[in-house]
Design a protein around this ligand. Structure first.
Ligand SMILES: Cc1cc2nc3c(=O)[nH]c(=O)nc-3n(C[C@H](O)[C@H](O)[C@H](O)COP(=O)(O)OP(=O)(O)OC[C@H]3O[C@@H](n4cnc5c(N)ncnc54)[C@H](O)[C@@H]3O)c2cc1C
Length: 459
């Protein structure tokens, strides 16, 4: 066991590892199927499961050597399993994926950790507990932004969210405005507040009823692939959709199908060096893709010795910022001596550029500023994500540039044969129903929607 790991935590880790399916490592896909699915993230797996349940033949081609994509539980590097992609499911009372998990008797935990705010002196080093009026000020600014998102729903055309809110530092939101903006921008959708569209962002608060699978959402997603024909290490390089069907090529071979569901992250769909569509994507679709981009959110997980934090599980801790470099911390994350730090937008991009060691140092310094040197001395080990540099995601969540919220619909339009049959369908978080964009729930829903459409095509 790693220092600081208790017997209970080691059991948690083993349980999460046991959730992982035993993979068939066969890498050469069959030459023909009814539906070929590109990508074994949550969208691709949800689509494959639905089609398989309806008795259809499917093949799932996945570029990585694992399934789950941006749902990923790391079970190896720290003393316990930790989710480095999706972890929390929002608005559980109205969340269809949560309803599905409950149907399958998956154990979910409410997100009922404390919320701690820290203020910072001029030196930017020491921090102190914020006063009650500071909590109120941040709450005021945050509510203003969420209200602006709600009001924007009546707009005919998209505008920058920043143009819909009036917040000044002399007002009630006062010194906490920059942090509120970071919570609505980089920490929410992975782009700076000035680049947030008013119509292309999920509400900030949701229903306030969030749940998580303790440290193993990614493992659950991986397990959900059991029994599906997933072919790992099969990066698709070309999709021919010209003829009577679709032919999809990887370095291992070709798969012919009646229809194809593409679940690539938007960053790859829009990339110049991405998959070659033959014929090419229609101009309006390429234009729409150009009006979207991948926001960046990264996680830094810090392991400490057992008993380091006197905080309820999953306590969210935030430090006041001036400017844009905000970091959100979860203390005793998953009920373990673990801090999960989250950064987004330009700050995340900058940290990725400086590398793992600098990312871990930045997160440790934030913990130190809030909780003191004594805590830092109990640090054990840290790991980081670099979703922006990940060749198979190139970012964290898709966003539309302000003014172009409608691009999302056009970017995911199905490709139809000359006979009017949808041949290539698009799914994934980028093309989810608007209330769930950017989320695991959205990915799952969009996969099921595309599979239902594929069933219609197959007749
Ligand atoms: C740091 C972070 C934190 C997050 N936190 C949350 C959260 O708490 N709650 C939440 O609901 N959501 C969260 N999300 C969002 C959530 O993880 C995603 O919305 C969801 O996982 C996307 O699923 P997907 O199937 O659309 O895409 P992906 O999971 O990216 O799946 C696409 C798959 O396609 C594969 N692929 C790429 N190129 C090719 C190719 N050429 N050939 C074959 N395969 C290819 C990829 O390897 C990948 O497996 C978070 C995301 C990140 C990055």
């Amino acid at each position: 066991m790693t220092p600081g790991t208790t017997r209970r935590q080691a059991i948690t880790m083993a349980a999460a590892a046991a959730l992982l399916p035993a993979w068939s490592r066969a890498s050469v896909p069959p030459g023909e199927t009814e539906v070929v699915i590109i990508g074994a993230g949550l969208a691709g797996l949800a689509a494959a499961r639905l089609l398989q349940e309806r008795g259809r033949s499917v093949v799932v081609l996945e570029a990585r050597d694992r399934v789950g994509g941006r749902c990923w539980t790391d079970t190896a590097r720290l003393g316990f399993a930790v989710d480095l992609g999706a972890a929390m499911l929002r608005s559980a009372d109205i969340n269809p994926l949560v309803a599905e998990l409950r149907r399958r008797d998956v154990r979910l935990q409410s997100d009922d950790g404390d919320f701690w705010l820290f203020d910072q002196d001029r030196s930017g080093e020491a921090a102190r507990d914020a006063e009650m009026h500071d909590y109120d000020a941040l709450g005021f600014a945050y509510d203003k932004l969420d209200d602006a998102l709600l009001d924007a729903r009546t707009l005919r055309s998209d505008v920058p969210l920043a143009s819909r809110v009036k917040l000044d530092s002399a007002g009630p939101g006062g010194r906490w405005i920059d942090l509120a903006k970071a919570l609505a921008g980089p920490l929410h959708v992975g782009v700076e507040f000035s680049a947030v569209s008013a119509l292309d962002v999920p509400r900030l608060a949701g229903t306030g009823n969030d749940v998580w699978l303790p440290g193993c959402f990614g493992s659950w997603v991986a397990q959900s692939a059991t029994g599906l024909p997933v072919f790992l290490n099969n990066a698709v390089v070309r999709i021919d959709w010209n003829g009577s069907g679709v032919t999809v090529a990887t370095a291992e071979g070709q798969v012919k199908a009646e229809a194809c569901i593409v679940t690539l992250p938007l960053g790859l769909l829009a990339a110049k060096d991405g998959i070659l569509f033959q014929p090419g994507l229609p101009e309006p679709q390429r234009e729409a893709l150009g009006r979207m981009s991948m926001g960046l959110i990264d996680r830094i997980a810090l392991q400490y010795e057992a008993g380091t934090f006197e905080a309820p599980a999953n306590t969210q801790a935030l430090l006041r910022i001036q400017g844009t470099r905000a970091m959100s911390l979860r203390l005793n994350a998953q009920g373990l001596p673990l801090v999960i730090a989250q950064v987004g937008g330009d700050y995340a991009r900058d940290l990725e550029g400086r590398g793992d060691v600098a990312m871990i140092a930045a997160a440790r310094s934030q913990v130190r500023a809030m909780l003191g040197e004594a805590v830092d001395r109990r640090f054990v080990k840290g790991i980081v994500t670099q979703w922006g540099r990940d060749p198979w995601s190139r970012g964290s969540v898709a966003t539309a540039r302000p003014g172009f919220a409608s691009a999302r619909r056009n970017a995911g339009r199905a490709l139809t044969s000359s006979a009017g049959r949808a041949r290539v369908l698009f799914a994934g978080e980028a093309f989810a129903p608007i209330d769930w964009i950017g989320s695991a729930t959205g990915a799952w829903l969009s996969g099921r929607i595309a599979a239902t459409e594929a069933l219609r095509v197959l007749g």
